[in-house]
Design a protein around this ligand. Structure first.
Ligand code: ATP
Length: 472
């Protein structure tokens, strides 16, 4: 419960930890629900004031107003809470190649969500919107940032697993202290701002942050089963099966479609890669790490934004590298690389391989042209008919995504539709194979749903259709 915590006064633009509010005393616990709600509202105002500081001197009251500015998007956003994958037909087919807005805009809808949720006095305050944590609280959550709570390391800093006072597990991203350049600070604010605007089951949720003296910390939803790269490397138990890889591909495609098409302001992630795809215990995917993300305005005239190139080696769109023009199709390129990574198990760049095989995309596409898809498949994947068919179709889709120029690349929404088609066909193939196997022999088959909440896929244990594993 955080309603007793420090709240930003509306007139403040920067949060300063105040001992007067920082404790967990009985007095604080006794605040009425009404005053708690008001204080939490002020705190949300403060979060956004913090984000806007240095960009424009925005008074909190102004955040709420400007109905003209928000009216076109508000209805859409309000229909999106609890989004499950498909919605907002009005946006079907609209171009998502839009230009970056000059200033970040705040729609005000978060206040409305806040008002709605706050009727429950038992709700956790981060559910009402991002909150500002105290350092003491985060120290408590991580046993003073103990080494054994460390779960990751990235360009930004160190990631810790933490347990908040209310029992919620969180991931706490603590910035490296010698890191504080201008662009780094932008990355920090960017991640908070972008995450605060989004809500989707395939994207990590922002709970709050801390900016106090030289401490910069982001607190997000904890995703408990490592990242995709760890799964492909076999560091997380069983290797992923083809059906599981396909589910992950669909989850990531949903997340990107949401970001490109259904958010109030379109968002380009800019750093899609396997280590930024977090995996749940049910083997579902959540996209993380919005440090490089860019918001784009809804100007249908604009086709791109010009920006300094950001991203990770092997995943960056060559068209973006060449032109410095960023569009949502740059995410589509990275997504194509990710599809190939899912199929092959290889990293995009593998320096230990012979020169001609080092660039995985090039290597895989050559095999695709030569009709040797089975040789591209991760050696740990079963080679049954259904899996090979999925590999062929996924590779075809990946080859479209990694087209050298952005024009012919599909949108993420197109990818979602194609992937659902692949999934449907895989299910049919599996059912056919399963039926023919059981009628011609006593081969066993079972219906397992280890991977998915969606619905169980048949998993053929019999390997009658297995082709010989040929090492590439
Ligand atoms: N919400 C989370 N839940 C669980 N683990 C996480 C979470 N966020 C990050 N991690 C773990 O920490 C690792 C590093 O995450 P982080 O987002 O800091 O990487 P990064 O800074 O983007 O790295 P890079 O700069 O190389 O892109 C992830 O690969 C993941 O294993």
């Amino acid at each position: 419960m955080f309603l007793h915590k420090t709240y930003v006064q509306p007139e403040d633009f920067f949060w300063i930890e105040s001992p007067k509010h920082g404790g967990t005393g009985a007095q604080a616990k006794n605040v009425s629900a009404f005053s708690a709600i008001r204080r939490a509202a002020k705190k949300v105002v403060g979060v956004f004031a913090f984000l806007f500081s240095g960009q424009r001197n925005l008074k909190p009251r102004e955040c709420r107003s400007d109905p003209g500015e928000i009216s076109s998007t508000h209805d859409r956003e309000s229909t999106l809470s609890g989004w499950t994958g498909y919605s907002s037909p009005s946006t079907f087919g609209r171009s998502t190649e839009r230009k970056v807005s000059g200033q970040y805009r705040f729609s005000g809808s978060r206040f409305q969500n806040f008002g709605k949720d706050s009727s429950s006095s038992s709700s956790k305050s981060w559910q009402l919107g991002p909150v500002i944590f105290s350092f003491v609280e985060l120290q408590r959550a991580t046993a003073n940032f103990a080494l054994n709570n460390q779960i990751g390391e990235g360009g930004f800093g160190t990631v810790f697993k933490g347990k908040l006072d209310d029992g919620t597990f969180v991931a706490i991203k603590r910035a490296r202290k010698n890191n504080y350049g201008k662009s780094w600070l932008t990355e920090f604010k960017n991640e908070i701002y972008t995450l605060s605007k989004i809500e989707h089951m395939n994207l990590v949720k922002l709970y709050g942050f801390l900016e106090h003296e030289d401490e910069k910390v982001i607190v997000v939803e904890y995703v408990n089963n490592g990242n995709l790269r760890e799964h492909l490397d076999g560091l997380r138990g069983n290797r992923l099966e083809m059906a599981e890889r396909l589910e992950i591909a669909i989850d990531v495609a949903h997340a990107l479609t949401y970001l490109h098409t259904y958010t109030e302001t379109a968002i380009i992630h800019r750093d899609i890669k396997a280590s930024n795809i977090l995996i749940t215990d049910k083997l579902r995917a959540k996209v993380a790490d919005f440090g490089f993300a860019r918001l784009v305005s809804d100007d249908s005239e604009a086709t791109h934004i010009s920006t300094q190139v950001k991203g990770s080696a092997g995943y960056v769109d060559p068209d973006y590298l060449r032109t410095f023009q960023l569009t949502d199709k740059s995410d589509v390129y990275s997504y194509g690389v990710l599809l190939i990574e899912l199929l092959t198990g290889r990293r995009p760049i593998e320096l230990k391989r012979p020169r001609k095989d080092r660039l995985t995309v090039k290597w895989a596409l050559k095999r695709h042209i030569e009709d040797e898809v089975v040789l591209v498949m991760d050696p740990f994947l079963k080679r049954n008919r259904a899996a090979i068919e999925v590999a062929e179709k996924m590779l075809r889709l990946a080859s479209e995504c990694v087209a050298p120029t952005r024009g012919p690349r599909p949108s993420m929404k197109d990818c979602v539709e194609k992937l659902w088609g692949i999934r449907r066909e895989m299910k049919e193939t599996m059912l056919c194979s399963s039926a023919s196997v059981s009628s011609s022999s006593s081969a066993t088959h079972s219906f397992l749903g280890r991977d998915s909440d969606r619905f169980a896929l048949p998993r053929i244990i019999d390997d009658e259709n297995t082709t010989q594993l040929v090492s590439p």
